[in-house]
Ligand binder design. Sequence first.
Ligand SMILES: *Cc1c(COP(=O)(O)O)cnc(C)c1O
Length: 389
Amino acid sequence: MKDAKKGINTICTHVGGVEDTVYKGATSPLYMSSSYAFEDVDIKRYPRYYNTPNQEALCKKMAALEHTEAAMIFGSGMAAISTALMTFLGTGDHIVLQQTLYGGTYNFAVTQLEKFGISYSFTKGWEVEDFEKELLPNTKLIYIETPSNPLLTITDLKAVSDLAAQHGVLTMIDNTFASPINQNPVDFGIDIVLHSATKYMGGHSDLCAGVVAASQENIDKVFQTAICFGGSLSDYTVWLLERSMKTMALRVGAQNENAMQLASYLETNPDVFKVNYPGLSSHPEHNLATSQMKGYGGMLSFELQAAIDVSLFFKNLKLIKPSMSLAGLESTMISPVKTSHALMSPKDREKQGIGDNLVRFSSGIEEFKDLVEDLEQALSKSKTTSVLA
Ligand SMILES: *Cc1c(COP(=O)(O)O)cnc(C)c1O
């Protein structure tokens, strides 16, 4: 894997573009054709065959970034995730899923798998023993997310992949929160890496896409399912995504730095009860994060003191926008209780440690001082009257 050995910014900028051999342009030409004359009988180029010039080029960048032999791009993160799951699961199979999962993936598991005669178990925690307890003789797949949403727990990649290998089970990870800049799961033995490219890969909050990265053998299998499900990405968006990824390491580097500074600052703020960020030495899995991540990521969450009215806090923010999505250049915040985890019962939320005053923060690239200023002015206007009295 020659490309993967290059420097990260060199990969982001140079690997996996379409060369402009005619005009020598600096950026990739965009091929919008959905019809290509046959070159020879073996190559039928067609968007839903995931092999247009722009698609093929971008897959090389994804594979180089994730240290895999191959990769495929999809129309959304969920298209990538559902296609990958349905590739490796069939009637009679069982899957172990990590308890804290992206909402869409959780929804896919509970509403779709049983229709195909696939059974599933959720773990009770994120330790390797939690996964081991759920294994059955017909388990085919272990599915993990680390760092997790919204509490930023860290799952031991090597321990889970070793456990899976002992039992002949495949491992799949949603690597969206880390991005390939901060974490390369295949280096720790994980088999299949998934991304919502809508997030850090796109990075500008202007496109929706997904990625599966794995060995050539596994990607060949995913391809067979993918052409049936038809979740391919428009070439225009492929082009836009390729362009966006040239700055990914720069963006994510700045987001990592902001998240680290914010987490440290919030930990000392008296209006904040608790901060969850793997980069903090107070995080229970800080050492594990250090051993398997290259950066701690741009996502953090924190719990405000009971004296802060969270709704007021959100309303009073000026620079930071409340938003469902994440990983854009602009900092955003949400209340998991009111959004991603609204359908969960208060009791289940409490069990997972997702309190009413929890805030999930996605760091953008703004200057740290401007973010702190916004947070402080919003906090000062959001104390509940009972406390002021
Ligand atoms: C957004 C997201 C997804 C789903 O991706 P879409 O592009 O919205 O389909 C999956 N996993 C994680 C962790 C996400 O944040």
